[in-house]
Design a protein around this ligand. Structure first.
Ligand code: SF4
Length: 352
């Protein structure tokens, strides 16, 4: 069954201030929201889906639990109606999710959310390194994020960790540590957002003044892949990597720096598969030169394994002096390798 999010963007609503990297108008393309607009957007979105589909209503782009209580209730009542009274011949709405800041999770908030069919709260954790949070002006500590996660767990509300790559002061090590800790704390899923510098943000000023250097695309891909590997190994689903493709993302007057490739998620997934293939080949002990190998790869990952412009394939062949690489999609969780003597591989698709 196809599952969708019906996004209701509440751009910066409820946010106590603008975080140094954030411009939700650029990210979401939305500048205004009311319950009336939300209702119309939900109806419009549902009208494009069939009865065999499922969806959640997702309040994204702001600090949902920082909204005035009556407005939170208005949005929750509106969304809950679709969950409780499904319309025949329409997609089934299974729950409500929202993104919010960890420091806006309180006992009162939890009590309110518990009265509604909330399927997940997405916490904008960004990093669990206090030095990074300070340098990014987030205004809360790593400890507060972990407390918020604990409060949600205690109430039985699944939570999703939103983490960033390349924040000011961040290192590959602190990003890996953040990913490991959110897994330890029971995140039900994660999102990974490498930092893009948008015009009009404080980060753009810091970049202009030489106080912040954004990651190159290659750096973001490598660091994103390290984070992705942790979630994959811990069986924590990654719901999204990188910002959604938008005009602002590819407009050089809007996205001033950082990895803004519209398919950044695929580049990162492809990089992880490359690294796995590299590890598998290295540990298989194949003799260098003139060998043919078959790589068994997880279902649906063939083109990612080969890489954009066949980059992974070319790099692997060059690095290990291989004659042929064959690929075979199968049920493996990671990439595994077998050495072939024949020129036809082992039933794999030749990718020489
Ligand atoms: S990162 Fe989150 S809390 Fe900060 S300004 Fe953006 S939406 Fe608001």
């Amino acid at each position: 069954m196809t599952h969708h999010n019906i996004p209701v963007f509440i751009p910066h609503y409820g946010c106590p201030f603008r975080c140094v990297f954030c411009d939700q108008k650029a990210i979401t393309g939305q500048s205004r929201m009311t319950p009336e607009i939300a209702k119309k957007e939900i109806q419009d979105c549902l009208s494009t889906m069939g009865p065999g589909e499922e969806a959640e209503i997702a309040f994204f782009g702001g600090t949902f639990t920082g909204l005035p209580a009556d407005l939170q209730t208005a949005y929750l009542d509106l969304a809950a109606e679709y969950v409780r009274d499904p319309e025949p011949d329409r997609a089934r709405v299974t729950g409500i999710r929202m993104s919010t800041r960890p420091d806006f999770i309180t006992g009162e908030v939890i009590r309110r959310l518990s009265r509604y069919p909330v399927s997940a709260v997405e916490l904008g954790i960004q990093s669990l390194d206090d030095r990074v949070l300070d340098a990014s002006g987030r205004g809360h500590s790593a400890r507060r994020s972990l407390e918020a996660a604990g409060q949600l767990m205690e109430a039985g509300i699944p939570w999703v960790a939103q983490l960033m790559v390349g924040l000011p002061g961040s290192t590959p090590e602190s990003e890996i540590q953040s990913a490991q800790t959110v897994c330890d704390q029971g995140a039900s899923a994660a999102r990974i957002y490498p930092v893009v510098v948008f015009a009009g943000t404080e980060l753009a000023e810091r970049m202009r003044d030489g106080e912040y250097t954004p990651l190159s695309e290659d750096e973001a891909v490598t660091r994103g892949a390290s984070m992705l590997r942790i979630f994959r190994d811990r069986h924590v689903p990654v719901l999204r990597i990188g910002l959604c493709a938008s005009e602002q993302l590819t407009d050089p007057a809007s996205a001033l720096g950082g990895p803004n490739h519209p398919a950044l998620g695929d580049l990162i997934r492809s990089r992880l598969l490359y690294e796995e293939a590299e590890d598998a080949i290295r540990s298989s002990g194949i003799p260098e030169g003139d060998s043919s190998i078959t790589l068994d790869v997880p279902w649906g990952t063939l083109s990612l394994c080969i890489g954009q412009n066949r980059r992974n394939l070319k790099d692997l062949k060059r690095k290990f002096a291989l004659k042929h690489i064959y690929f075979r999609e199968c049920g493996t969780e990671t990439v595994t390798v077998s050495v072939q003597d024949s020129r036809t591989g082992n039933g794999g698709q030749p990718c020489t």
